[in-house]
Design a protein around this ligand. Structure first.
Ligand code: AMP
Length: 443
């Protein structure tokens, strides 16, 4: 049986979409997909309380572990394209399974998801393909790690090999810190994800996010973005899933993008092919722009959150066509994503305590919002029995705005935030500080 054969220009039905996931990322994907008139229904499983306020979007509860039932339901819903949002189902092979049953899927198979779910595999992949990245050591015992840490002349970064919800990376301040972080991982802090540790040379420079929509051979780039991982203003405090982002980033000039394409993107796509990995989904390149050029810090096998919410409003209605082409393996390579002439920014409203413990179930009040070029994508929300909107996560709402410059964008975003309230609401006031001319100013 030939599955998803690569026949260019083949027209397939594209009416009903299923998006797997429950965050702001998935809601923003739904929002961008519904823009195209060919789309009839978008199912989000499980979605959240914000999903059904997006046109054509419906929540549905699918048990993705009950495989036979899943196939039956997708067939009865006449799903034309499945978009898998988060990394865990990808790492568990949901893409492989659905493809075996002839569904078009945007999201790599398990072999491709390895770029994200094994940091040591990704580092070796880069080494083989000569892709610029920091030096590294893959270690399988605390003793081996200790030896490297004690003898290292340079500061090191410590990473658990497997998936750890963005919490498996440590930037130690001293050798003792470094030893302790390594010990914690080997002692089981991240369970199986910490059986292997990657020690990396610490590199420096601004970070940028690049996304390539890939069909296994060809790819299309989305606008670049920068996110803010630290909890507090001035990039202080613990790492989070992301407190805000902006796009495009002026740091990525035409020339830099050319260099990134030549040195990093092309060799990544080629190396995947060389390894017989038919990668149909998005490749996220987390890059650091060092003094000696761009280097890969990490790959993800899915859209970043909140970069996704930030970028989606800049794309035109053909975005979903590109997703389908990637899923079918039929990109021509000449597609250009039509980008808006506007720029976009996102601020995340979080619950007090995040990224550690936080309360859920707190009522959310939203005042009058000017929705022109402003979207609120729910990240972690639910409804009470009486239909009251409640917090249901550490990251609660993504406030995304577009305008002609970043000052106007963040002006709008912070004005919108003034209309939103829940007990313990917390957000950074300096998102986009790198690109706001009038920063700092009174928000
Ligand atoms: P990751 O989850 O791999 O993206 O790492 C989280 C954050 O840790 C990155 O966004 C960087 O700020 C930082 N980081 C990761 N690897 C390195 C490295 N080799 N050198 C310096 N900082 C790093």
């Amino acid at each position: 049986m030939i599955i998803n054969s690569k026949i260019p220009n083949i027209k397939k039905k594209l009416e009903n979409i299923l998006i797997i996931g429950s965050g702001g990322r998935e809601n923003s994907l739904g929002w961008a997909i519904q823009k195209n008139d060919v789309i009839k229904k978008i199912y989000l499983s499980p979605g959240n309380a914000g999903s059904e306020k997006i046109k054509k979007c419906l929540r549905i509860n699918l048990d993705i572990t009950d495989k036979n039932d899943l196939i039956k339901k997708l067939k009865s819903l006449e799903i034309d394209l499945v978009v898998i949002g988060p990394e865990i189902p990808l790492a568990k092979g949901l893409g492989d399974f659905l493809r075996k049953h002839d569904f078009d899927v945007f999201g790599p198979n398990k072999d491709g998801a390895r770029l994200e779910y094994s940091k040591s595999w990704a580092k070796e992949f880069m080494k083989n393909a000569n892709i610029p990245t920091s030096n590294f050591w893959k270690v399988e015992s605390y003793e081996a790690a200790k030896n490297i840490i004690i003898n290292s002349k340079e500061p090191l970064v410590v990473k658990a090999d497997g998936l750890a919800s963005g919490k498996g990376v440590f930037i130690p301040k001293s050798k003792d810190d470094c030893l302790q972080a390594t010990k914690n991982i080997f002692d089981g802090k991240f369970g199986k994800s910490g059986k292997i540790v990657v020690l990396e040379e610490k590199i420096q420079g601004p970070e940028v996010s690049i996304f390539a929509l890939c069909d296994g051979e060809k790819y299309v780039l989305l606008p670049s973005a920068q996110d803010h991982k630290r909890l507090n203003d001035n990039d202080e405090g613990p790492n989070t899933g992301g407190m805000g982002a902006y796009s495009p980033t002026p740091l990525v000039t035409r020339n830099l993008l050319l260099r990134i394409t030549e040195e990093i993107i092309e060799p990544t796509v080629l190396e995947l092919k060389r390894k017989n990995i038919d990668y149909r989904g998005v490749i996220y390149f987390g890059l650091m722009i060092t003094n000696t050029g761009p280097k890969v810090i990490e790959y993800n096998c899915r859209f970043g959150d909140p970069e996704c919410q930030t970028i989606m409003p800049l794309l035109d209605k053909n975005f979903v066509i590109l997703l389908q082409k990637c899923a079918m393996g039929t990109l021509s390579g000449n597609e250009k994503i039509k980008k808006s002439n506007k720029v976009s920014g996102c601020v995340i409203a979080t619950s007090k305590g995040y990224p550690q413990e936080y309360k859920t179930g707190l009522p959310i009040k939203i005042g009058k919002i000017n929705s022109t070029y402003c979207q609120i994508f729910d990240s972690g929300t639910s409804f009470s029995k009486t239909g009251q909107l409640l917090t249901n996560g550490g990251r609660v709402l993504s406030i995304v705005c577009q305008d002609l410059d970043f000052d106007m964008v963040f002006d709008k975003a912070y004005k919108t935030l003034k209309e939103i309230n829940f007990d313990g609401i917390f957000y950074r006031n300096d998102i986009g500080h790198q690109v706001r001319k009038n920063f700092p100013k009174d928000n």
